[in-house]
Design a protein around this ligand. Structure first.
Ligand code: SF4
Ligand code: SF4
Length: 203
């Protein structure tokens, strides 16, 4: 015959009359220790929609979808899939687009859709072939980072022209044909279309 282990029996009796080790959540809020990795929080002013965090997220919690018709990129963050690894914060190109908070238990819910967030960013689209270049905020971030060196790229110059309204992209877009001409260099073009023009002018 097997006798109950006395040590476990003693523990069980003590536990019956002692207070629980866990905190009464949600009555008393969770008090995290310093450096605790909780829910990532997006800073709308510093997230440029570059998709880097989606590429490094190991659990697939961050995804993005481009909608060329509406000219927007939708970034979807599903915190039900997040493992709080901090890779998104670590690799964010602006260094401030997303930061892990100390909030985690407040994410508890019955409907997983409640812990999904989305952001929208305006797309930069090639005026000739319709290819998606990136988001406008991403290009502005690159400009700010490079300073005057950014204008070594004709695409960057054209974006600046568009912002200053020296050449309005809608007017130019109406004239662009598949048969790209040298003058089309002053439109917003993807690197492929820009290369085609450069090759033509060289030949
Ligand atoms: S700016 Fe940062 S948070 Fe925003 S999409 Fe890029 S990597 Fe992600
Ligand atoms: S903390 Fe990790 S799992 Fe969560 S969204 Fe960021 S990269 Fe993905």
């Amino acid at each position: 015959m097997k006798y109950p282990k006395l040590r476990e029996l003693k523990e069980a009796i003590i536990s019956l009359f002692s207070r629980p080790y866990t905190s009464p959540f949600p009555k008393n809020g969770h008090k995290p220790f310093p450096g605790y990795r909780g829910k990532p929080v997006v800073d709308e002013d510093n997230c440029v929609g570059c998709e880097t965090c989606a590429n490094v997220c190991p659990s697939g919690a961050i995804t993005f979808q481009d909608d060329p018709e509406r000219r927007i990129r939708i970034i979807r963050r599903d915190y039900g899939k997040c493992i709080f690894c901090g890779k998104c914060e670590e690799h964010c190109i602006t260094g401030k687009g997303v930061k892990l908070s100390d909030e985690i238990f407040d994410l508890s819910c019955f409907d997983r859709n409640e812990v999904v967030e989305t952001q929208e960013r305006e797309l930069l689209i090639c005026e000739n072939c319709g290819a998606i270049i990136t988001t406008k905020e991403h290009m502005r971030f690159i400009h700010a980072k490079l300073g005057p060196k950014a204008y070594a790229s004709i695409l960057n110059l054209n974006i600046l022209n568009e912002r200053l309204q020296l050449a309005r992209s809608e007017d130019v877009a109406a004239t662009i044909q598949d048969d790209l001409k040298r003058k089309d260099m002053f439109s917003i073009l993807c690197p492929n279309c820009m290369r085609k023009i450069q090759l033509k002018t060289l030949l």
